[in-house]
Ligand binder design. Structure first.
Ligand code: GDP
Length: 312
């Protein structure tokens, strides 16, 4: 049965339960025309600042997100969090469930929290999170995307976020590891957590400065901050640095990122169904309908066309 057509206005006017239902529809019935229509509307209405937070487990991301939510709410802004666990399956995501309970505010209608498990697929985060983040970015002022784990997830978060924050743990040698893995090219802001740990935190900050000076791919120096969510220091500076990054990113660059993220998602959709050959067929022959305004209708029409061509 086709679910009823929902508009953004109806969803935002009905509260968190409606948002949760709409997200379930997005996750489970992505191809449904009503879902595509909703996502199209959301894509064009997107107003949020989408912030990705990444770093190894235990670094303090959840604690930091909790502190950020408090700041944003004090300023009267609304916040959605999408926590992505790259390893656990939906049914086995107990760890993730515990984490989001930490910053979930059941009683606050202006804070919405969602967990997603990426089913272990490589690059799966984008495919899974992109539509959900798109919907939430049309409904809330800030969307925080938390990724658990190391490696692929760092790269993947930059395919949905506008500003990426890399969290580094004092005393861990993270900077060196990240540098080796090429991750230093990804963050827009780098943060040493647990600044209250004194010498270890100062050492981490200096390691980070060294690692970042070797990184490439950025026009301007990457802001480096030390924060302590428990001692409540550095959070305001982080909030300011995030706002500055958003404000200072030129409209043109922001648009280019948005388009690149959209194309990467469409490509993943096509490749998930028809493999690399399917994508090659579409692009070689210019068969991707670039006139389509949003990635959601574009993907749907591309999949339909490939489907039809196989049926002939
Ligand atoms: P995540 O796995 O990256 O989300 O990390 P968590 O936010 O769950 O934090 C992991 C551990 O670090 C917890 O025991 C926190 O209490 C602790 N922690 C988080 N932030 C701070 C901080 O600012 N200072 C100190 N000393 N510990 C912290």
């Amino acid at each position: 049965m086709t679910p009823p057509r929902l508009s953004l206005e109806e969803i935002s006017g009905t509260g968190k339960a409606a948002v949760a239902r709409a997200l379930t529809q997005v996750e489970e019935r992505a191809d449904d025309p009503t879902t595509v229509a909703l996502l199209d509307e959301a894509w064009l209405a997107q107003t949020a600042h989408i912030i990705g937070l990444t770093g190894p487990p235990g670094v303090g991301k959840s604690t930091l997100i909790d502190a950020m939510i408090t700041r944003y709410r004090k300023a009267g802004r609304t916040v959605a969090v999408v926590a992505v666990d790259p390893s656990s399956r939906r049914t086995g995501g107990a760890l993730l469930g515990d984490r989001t309970r930490f910053y979930n505010r059941a009683e606050d209608h202006n804070v919405f929290v969602r967990s997603l498990a990426s089913r272990g697929a490589l690059g799966g985060l984008t495919q899974l999170a992109f539509p959900s983040v798109t919907l939430l970015a049309a409904l809330y002022d800030y969307v925080l995307v938390e990724t658990v784990g190391v490696g692929q997830s760092e790269a993947a978060v930059s395919s949905v976020a506008q500003t990426v924050v890399l969290c580094v743990q004092p005393g861990s040698g993270d900077s060196l590891q990240f540098m080796k893995a090429g991750i230093m090219e990804i963050p827009d802001i780098a943060v040493v957590t647990k600044a209250d740990t004194g010498r270890a935190a100062r050492q981490a900050l200096s390691d980070l400065a060294g690692a970042l000076s070797l990184g490439a791919g950025h026009d301007a120096p990457i802001p480096q901050l030390a924060v302590s969510a428990t001692a409540n220091t550095g959070i305001d500076e982080l909030i300011d640095a995030l706002a500055a990054h958003h404000r200072d990113t030129e409209q043109e660059k922001r648009q280019a990122t948005r388009e690149a993220q959209a194309e990467a998602w469409v490509r993943e959709q096509v490749e998930a169904h028809f493999g690399a050959r399917g994508w090659a067929l579409l692009t070689e022959k210019n068969r991707l309908e670039t006139s389509r305004e949003t990635p959601f209708s574009q993907a749907r029409s591309a999949l339909e066309r490939l489907d039809l061509s196989l049926r002939d």
